[in-house]
Design a protein around this ligand. Structure first.
Ligand SMILES: Nc1ncnc2c1ncn2[C@@H]1O[C@H](COP(=O)(O)OP(=O)(O)OP(=O)(O)O)[C@@H](O)[C@H]1O
Ligand SMILES: [Mg+2]
Length: 316
């Protein structure tokens, strides 16, 4: 297949799409960005939640202020508290000097809390206080600090369920999701698999060494039929894989990763062992990457933080 005509292709702050559903989503993002409300972005892994958070910041009155992002799943509870609120010298072993937390650093700007559902309960209480009173006390400190920060959070799970199960404070949930927005999975964005495949082909072509000008119909069919559990990140990885292993001007089915060629049945086909399969897949990827998590995550089509969380959940 040669490239479809550009048509309605949109590039919204780095998010490329031609789907009407995403156009509506971008319009919503533009509207909510103007306000100072707390926003919760819901969406599966790899759907672009961090890009959305940045877009909101850039479109907001705070655009000239700082934007900081933190992944709440990648810290131990002690380190997360110090990351967010800072600490004073001597607060704990290793705290050899005062350190500013992200709430101070992001003053007059925006703080993006990724995987917000992973915040432990005691830190949730402190977070609630910042959101209510815009003040916090650094770890080990006594004097409250006043800041002006807009919080954007993201999660790929239903916070309400965490609230029901006692893992997440209801009052905090209401504070952070004043405006919840839902980022659709890639498979539900009409026309986007093809549009994004070309977008990433262009990106890799620009690196030089190979120039793809066609996507073979069978390769395109496989991409259109695939469920894309890792969403846009996985699609980008699949195109990079094909670009790297193939030769010539066409992106071919044989060059796509095995799961797209139907060699691995999708997880949904074997629900009873989905967890074991996931564990095996992660183990295998870590082996191939010789323990390097960034590489393993890329091979699995997930972010480092998602890999991190899954390893924890699966006891790896
Ligand atoms: N619509 C899009 N157009 C182009 N690139 C995109 C788009 N959406 C996401 N990406 C790219 O896909 C990757 C994943 O996006 P991002 O990190 O924002 O996802 P995420 O939802 O935060 O994922 P996770 O839940 O795993 O943290 C990034 O490299 C991002 O630049
Ligand atoms: Mg993210």
């Amino acid at each position: 297949m040669t490239r479809p005509l550009p048509g309605e292709l949109i590039d919204f702050h780095g998010m490329v799409s031609r789907s009407p559903r995403m156009r509506e989503f971008f319009a919503l993002v533009e509207r909510v960005a103007r306000t100072d409300s707390s926003i919760l972005i819901r969406g599966e892994t790899g759907t672009g939640k961090e890009l959305v958070a940045r877009a909101i910041h850039d479109l907001s009155p705070r655009a000239r202020g700082p934007f900081r992002a933190v992944n709440c799943a990648t810290f131990t509870p002690e380190l997360l508290a110090s990351e967010l609120f800072g600490h004073v010298r001597g607060a704990f072993t290793g705290a050899v000097r005062d350190r500013r937390g992200l709430f101070s650093v992001a003053d007059k700007g925006t703080l993006f809390l990724d995987e917000v559902s992973e915040i432990p309960l005691d830190i949730q209480a402190r977070l609630l206080r910042v959101l209510q009173e815009q003040t916090f006390v650094p770890v080990g400190g006594t004097d409250p600090i006043h800041v002006d920060v807009r919080v954007i959070s993201a999660t790929n799970r239903a916070l309400r369920r965490d609230v029901e199960e006692g893992r997440f404070r209801a009052d905090l949930m209401y504070r952070i999701r004043v405006v919840p927005i839902f980022l659709p999975p890639l498979a539900e964005r009409e026309g986007d698999v093809e549009a994004l495949a070309w977008h990433f082909v262009d990106e890799f072509n620009a690196r030089g060494g190979r120039r793809i000008t066609q996507i073979h119909p069978r390769a395109l069919d496989a991409m259109l039929a695939y469920r894309w559990p890792g969403n846009v990140r996985e699609l980008r990885n699949a195109v990079e894989h094909a670009w790297a292993v193939g030769v010539g001007e066409a992106l071919r089915l044989d060059d796509l990763p095995p799961e797209l060629r139907g060699e691995d049945p999708p997880d949904s086909a074997r629900p009873a062992t989905a967890v074991d399969d996931e564990r095996d897949r992660i183990r295998q990827a870590l082996r191939v990457a010789r323990g390097r998590k960034g590489e393993a995550a890329a091979a699995l089509g997930m972010s480092r933080s998602t890999l991190w969380r899954k390893m924890r959940e699966l006891g790896l």
